[in-house]
Design a binder for this molecule. Structure first.
Ligand code: BG6
Length: 488
């Protein structure tokens, strides 16, 4: 199936932090792929802005290297890369001073969409927003893009929102949660609201419980300083897992429009019950047995022998509304686990009565939505076990991998940043977090973290390469349930 590409209008994109890691790994390769697909027009301008001194030619070389290194084997021919590079420019800029701003003014084109991408630490957001405004760079058709972490708690998120609101309208602020740009995360909405099959059953009358797992095999890598002051709760649960929960649990929005979707997500967050201390398990990974050099423990990785920061969280969540009251949501995420996989399991209730008698066996339907890898869905359905030995039931998978269903060879799911950056340029905020949504998520998260701090809780150790701490199993076994396997 060949995807339809609708080109966006020519735009100016200014990447503050244009020589940084995110620009190199994600933003620039994503733009190049959209250029190759014909979506980014040749008249667009991408202006890297950073403290370092670079000539335009030098920055183009930097961009070419980034694209070669991070294009995941999805390359176009060299000629296309050369064409793309003619869209690239650079300005040396001082975010906290005046250097470079008038040069930037001269590089911009009037009367086209303009986006300022803040690919820098949150400490600079306020300075940048203010200078963009005072130098007259912000037009009605301008927008800013901000990356996570969006605050460290409710107070800092509020103050960040207030800082940005002093210079830009909410309709101009694009807060990125890259999970929303993932093709399969958007598929959650397509599966729920594009089919008549699931929605009538999507409530506590038919759904026993829902499991959301985002497991990573990677450790904290070189991000020890950031991670040790955040932990899995702030790094993953408050944002990515919360977004998945919202898309699974929200009411059908009247249309796929930014405020309609975000209003519904906000209602879910506001209906979350506070989490009881014994409904949450924190973990911290130990070194890999036998290979401690290659895979150090969490504390070694962050160089903090007394760290009590969690690299794993599992929790039971309850949503107090008509649809979900009585159906728990179990979420877990962690680093250095046995598999790299993000999966949602919707576990339905068993049929209310078995006409086949107690010996035939009973199975619950389970809808598994694989977000990554091997994106697709599986529905476990009960059928008769073959053979003449009476009526016995088994459950078998109805399985679909999106890549197989959608082919053709060579097609690839776009990276989340491809979709999100094009949405910024089109002016579509549907897949971006609104300020009140972020604040509501922090308002729910803060008491959990404060509770750990007040009680002086220490995370449970778990072996690297395992499924996490054993204590996480108790969360479900207490309710006579079990986690589904962590492997995709
Ligand atoms: C980031 C977190 O937001 O998401 C990382 O800061 C995490 O710690 C990453 O590894 C996971 O993203 P993905 O796309 O690899 O699932």
């Amino acid at each position: 199936m060949v995807s339809r590409v609708i080109p966006v209008d020519p735009f100016d994109l200014i990447i503050f932090g244009g020589t940084g890691d995110l620009a190199r790994r994600k933003i620039l390769p994503a733009l190049f792929r959209r250029y190759c697909s014909g979506q980014m027009p040749a008249e667009a301008r991408i202006i890297g802005a950073a403290r370092a001194e670079h000539s335009t030619a030098g920055y183009r070389e930097f961009v070419a290297e980034a694209i070669t290194e991070f294009s995941d084997g999805r390359s176009c021919d060299d000629g296309t890369l050369d064409e793309f590079l003619t869209c690239i420019d650079y300005v040396q800029i001082d975010a906290r001073g005046e250097g470079g701003w008038s040069e930037l003014v001269n590089k911009l084109t009037q009367d086209r969409a303009r986006a300022f991408y803040f690919s820098v630490g949150p400490g600079l957001f306020g300075d940048l927003a203010e200078r963009i405004r005072t130098h007259g760079l912000a037009t009605d058709n301008s927008r800013i893009v901000v990356e996570k972490p969006f605050g460290h708690d409710l107070e800092t998120a509020r103050s960040l929102n207030a800082t940005l609101a002093a210079h830009f309208k909410e309709s101009q602020i694009y807060r990125i949660d890259h999970y929303l740009g993932k093709e399969t995360v958007q598929n959650l909405m397509a599966v729920r609201f594009g089919n008549v099959l699931f929605e009538p059953l999507w409530n506590s009358q038919y759904v026993d419980h829902i499991q959301i797992t985002v497991a990573e095999t990677v450790g904290v890598g070189g991000r020890g300083d950031y991670y040790d002051s955040s932990g899995a709760m702030r790094d993953m649960v408050q944002n990515h897992l919360m977004q998945l929960l919202c898309l699974i649990a929200m009411e059908p929005p009247a249309k796929f429009d930014p405020d309609a979707v975000r209003d519904e997500k906000l209602k879910v967050i506001r209906a979350l019950e506070p989490v009881l201390p014994y409904h949450i398990v924190r973990g911290q990974y130990d070194a890999q047995q036998g290979d401690t050099d290659a895979h150090p423990s969490y504390r070694e990785a962050v160089d903090n022998p007394r760290s009590t920061t969690e690299s794993y969280v599992a929790l039971k969540m309850e949503i107090s509304n008509w649809r979900w009251s009585g159906t728990p949501f179990y979420l877990r995420t962690g680093k250095r686990l046995a598999a790299q996989s993000s999966v949602i399991n919707v576990v339905f209730k068993e049929a209310p009565h078995s006409i086949f008698g107690p010996d035939a066996g009973r199975h619950a339907n389970v809808l598994t939505i694989r977000l990554q890898p091997n994106d697709g869905i599986t529905l476990r359905v009960t059928i008769k076990e073959p053979g003449p030995g009476g009526m016995r039931l088994v459950d078998v998978p109805l399985d679909m991998t999106f890549a197989d269903a959608l082919g053709p060879e060579g097609e690839y799911p776009p990276d989340a940043y491809e979709r999100l950056i094009m949405d910024v340029m089109r002016g579509d905020q549907t897949l971006f977090m609104r300020g009140d949504e972020v604040e509501a998520a922090w308002a729910w998260t803060d008491p959990i973290i404060e509770g750990w701090e007040t009680r002086g809780e220490v995370p449970k150790p778990y072996a690297s390469g395992s499924a996490g701490p054993d204590e996480a199993n108790l969360l479900l076994s207490r309710d006579k349930r079990k986690w589904k396997g962590i492997n995709p």
